[in-house]
Design a protein around this ligand. Structure first.
Ligand code: UT7
Length: 325
């Protein structure tokens, strides 16, 4: 009997072009924008990020990540009956990046759609796939977070353009009688939509509004720390587990200081926190599956462990997923 959605494979992909803080600072200096490796490392923990090539779209990054996850899970395109892509930087207005990815994978026939919850997108997408597997609407789900945030960065704004990167991460979930995803917890409060947004839209063949990322960093920081603690505790309570039973905490990778504060509030030692923000920057919906795949492939995450994923971002949105590997 299917009781759980079980994680059976992970994968990820980073575009080739890697910029260290020093590389980025040199590029920005040419535009008259001043920043430094010291400032970026001290305030964020970020040391490098990857940027997609001009012709690479979110579905292009999603494809190798999805293929790696499917290979790890030993599933073929024919097995996948649900594809959800979490992205805020889709290939086009429509169709969904998930439908485009489905075609690239040769996986026609199942359901495919995008979830838009910005940096919480992957957690939202996993929660939706979990529900669909539990109700029998899907058997084998491919859930991907894929972003090309470099497309929406304002490179004249040093307070945001040094923070983000591009990439994709993917998981395969399958219905199973063994645990599995133990609990999910999702929230949003649109009252805070203005503190992190890309307000541009397309109308009559024109772009209306500014199609570049805007963030009030301090407002986001303050909100993020509180809601990440709340959602972690909510998922743990639903599963009847204590924070001391968490083997790995994988928070959204936005700022090392947010992750440290989150771990401290939950009394989870930093050694149990998977950190990739230093090498990837903030890849929005891709950050959690990128970190998850990193820790699975380097052998830190092993079968039978409790892993707590937590996302926070534009919307304002936040949520968590607690799973047993
Ligand atoms: O993915 C969704 C979730 N997003 C987040 O979680 C982001 C949350 N926020 C943050 O991570 C932090 O607020 C930031 C990293 C964005 C900013 O760090 P901060 O410690 O809050 O810095 P600040 O905004 O207070 O700026 C401090 C100073 C300012 O100079 P003055 O006014 O004190 O003279 C800024 O102009 O740092 C200056 N500054 C920079 N200096 C060099 C801002 N950006 C830069 C920069 N390089 N790139």
């Amino acid at each position: 009997m299917t009781v759980f959605a079980r994680l059976i494979g992970t994968g990820s992909y980073l575009p080739e072009r890697r910029l260290s803080n020093a590389d980025l600072a040199t590029e920005l200096a040419r535009k008259g924008v001043e920043t430094s490796d010291e400032w970026i490392v001290e305030r964020t923990g970020i040391r490098a990020r990857h940027f997609a090539a001009e012709q690479q779209s979110a579905s292009d990054l999603a494809l190798p990540a999805a293929q790696a996850a499917m290979q790890a899970a030993s599933v073929t395109a024919a097995d996948v009956d649900l594809i959800i892509v979490a992205t805020s930087t889709p290939d086009m207005v429509f169709p969904s990046t998930a439908a485009l990815l489905q075609h690239k994978l040769g996986a026609a026939g199942g359901a495919a759609f995008d979830v838009q919850a910005v940096c919480s997108g992957f957690v939202y997408a996993v929660a939706v796939a979990d529900s669909m597997i539990k109700t029998g609407a899907a058997k084998t789900a491919l859930v991907v977070g894929a972003e090309v945030f470099s497309r929406i960065l304002d490179f004249s704004d040093r307070t945001t353009c040094v923070l983000f990167g591009d990439g994709a991460g993917a998981v395969v979930l399958r219905g199973d009688s063994h645990a599995g995803i133990l609990a999910t917890d999702l929230h949003a409060d649109g009252a805070h939509s203005g503190i992190l947004c890309t307000p541009g839209t397309v109308s009559g063949g024109q772009i209306l509004g500014k199609p570049l990322l805007h963030m009030d960093g301090q407002a986001v920081f303050k909100l993020a720390v509180g809601v990440l603690e709340d959602t972690a505790r909510a998922s743990l309570a639903k599963a009847g587990l204590g924070a001391d039973q968490v083997d790995w905490l994988i928070p959204h990778q936005a700022n090392i200081r947010i992750m440290q504060s989150c771990a401290k509030r939950l009394r989870i030692p930093l050694e149990k926190v998977v950190i990739t923000v230093d090498q990837h920057g903030n890849t929005s919906a891709a950050s959690i599956p990128l970190a998850l795949d990193t820790a699975v492939r380097d052998g830190r995450i092993r079968p039978g462990q409790h892993v707590l994923l937590e996302g926070v971002g534009g919307g304002f949105t936040w949520g968590s997923v607690l799973l047993k590997t």
